[in-house]
Design a protein around this ligand. Structure first.
Ligand code: ARG
Length: 464
């Protein structure tokens, strides 16, 4: 009889619900490749150490290869009764090769096995994310080079601040993503120690060689403490932290794309490839891809938070709670990879609206700082005084509803008699951006040089 309080969906009572909560095969089958690689490395090591016979190890390896083919062909039957990927594969191995299969689990446990599998998966995923981020950087650097001289408004508080160039804006994201990649690489370095051979928690009495399996699996060395080896999920949390920050960067860019493509801004054009129409409002072109990139951030940060909460109260060593490390991490990285691909697509697709950008760049008295700087440079005025004089000139322009280039010399001289008509040469947007030549500044020359530097570095990397 099923329980009268909660047994409605169950015909067999507690055993069924136990299986449902306990089984992870629904999601950890994603680890099949890593699980098979780990088992092959383990079996080969056991044979080399004389712990199992060489012909058993060969049978095991051949059986595991056959299972890999079955899974990739979609013919492998996953069973929930067998709980997880480890037991599913081991059970199939027994069907395929008989008793030798039982020797594979000598000197290991599912605890070190799952830690190994998941580390390998996170490592593979970091590598895939890194390659995708490199592509995104390339797309951005190319855009930056192409539009190094395209002026646009630079904002603070989303108010026109000073003119910048479109290329400069693109390169800001190249820098951010460069740091993201650095964080993933740091996480990868710390992750890359082999937990296999820690066994259940205490190590093993068999004469295993953990350096051999480390090498076979591309780890730098074995982990040094068996308890830590099976309890550590830092490696996922750290990778998720890097993913969260990367997602935040993509989200900020996505938000700019949403703003820029609105009818009120019209700073860029996105093609049909990355927009959708409205079923009722025929004029609309919605930046859905950007909106979804922005939204995916929630899941990614959520996965990091969720796993941190799972881990925070766990005593050493392995606890079943740790099975909850996988599902959200899978989802988070899938979301991140999709967000990176969509962002790359939008960068390739977007075209800056040159005339609109130029007009907007000059509005909002965006060259007021250039005027103040001119007063400092030419009239030797302290910057604070220059700021005040400029403020009064801006007030005149604002009152007359014109921009700074249209304030007459008489009007300016009424504010400060020493101003000459040379001042007009710094009030245009083009002059303004061209003058920003300080290292890291927005001048087209700087932007071209920085874009080139990135293009070269990225091309070198792609070749390596
Ligand atoms: N499916 C388990 C997990 O993902 C594998 C480890 C199980 N270990 C155990 N002692 N029950 O965490």
């Amino acid at each position: 009889m099923s329980n009268s309080m909660w047994g409605g969906r169950f015909s067999e009572g507690p055993a069924a619900i136990m299986e449902e909560i306990n089984a992870s095969i629904g999601f950890d089958q994603k680890l099949y490749r890593q699980d098979i690689a780990g088992s092959k490395a383990h079996a080969a090591m056991l044979a080399r150490q004389g712990i199992i016979a060489a012909d058993d190890a060969e049978k095991i390896a051949a059986g595991l290869d056959a299972i890999l083919r079955e899974i990739e062909a979609g013919t492998f039957k996953f069973s929930r009764a067998l709980e997880d990927i480890h037991l599913n594969i081991e059970s199939r191995l027994k069907e395929l090769i008989g008793d030798a299969a039982g020797r594979l689990h000598t000197a290991r446990s599912r605890n070190d096995q799952v830690a190994t599998d998941f580390k390998l998966w996170v490592r593979d995923t970091i590598d895939a994310v890194d390659a995708a981020l490199r592509n995104l950087q390339s797309a951005l650097a190319d855009k930056a080079f192409e539009h190094a001289g395209q002026v646009m408004p630079g904002f603070t508080h989303l108010q026109s601040a000073q003119p910048v160039t479109f290329g400069h804006h693109m390169l800001a994201y190249v820098e951010m993503i460069g740091r993201d990649r650095g964080r993933f690489q740091d996480a990868r370095k710390r992750l890359n120690e082999n937990p296999l051979g820690a066994a259940a928690l205490a190590g093993t009495s068999f004469p295993i060689d953990r350096f051999q399996t480390a090498q076979a699996l591309g780890f730098d060395r074995p982990t040094a403490n068996s308890l830590d080896s099976v309890s550590d999920r830092d490696f996922v949390i750290e990778a998720l932290a890097a993913a969260s920050l990367c997602a935040i960067h993509l989200s900020r860019f996505a938000e700019e794309i949403v703003i820029w493509s609105s009818a009120q801004f019209r700073f860029i054009k996105l093609s049909d490839k990355f927009t959708t129409g409205s079923s009722i409002m025929p004029q609309k072109r919605n930046p859905d891809a950007a909106e979804l990139v922005r939204a995916k951030t929630g899941r990614i940060i959520g996965a990091q938070t969720a796993l941190q909460i799972v881990m925070k109260g766990l005593p050493l060593a392995y606890q079943k709670d740790m099975q909850e490390d996988k599902e959200q991490a899978f989802d988070a990285f899938e979301s991140l990879e999709l967000a990176i691909a969509a962002t790359t697509g939008m960068v390739l697709d977007m075209e800056p609206e040159s005339a609109t950008l130029k007009k907007a760049a000059g509005s909002g008295f965006a060259t007021a700082t250039d005027l103040a700087d001119w007063l400092v440079r030419e009239l030797n005025m302290p910057f604070r005084d220059a700021h005040h004089v400029t403020g009064r000139i801006v007030a005149i322009a604002s009152e007359r509803g014109v921009d700074l280039t249209k304030v007459t010399l008489d009007e300016m001289q009424a504010v400060h008699p020493a101003i000459t008509d040379a001042v007009y040469s710094v009030l245009t947007v083009d002059k303004s951006v061209r003058s920003r030549t300080s290292y890291g500044g927005t001048s087209p020359k700087n932007v071209r040089a920085q874009a080139k530097r990135w293009q070269r570095a990225l091309a070198r990397e792609a070749k390596a």
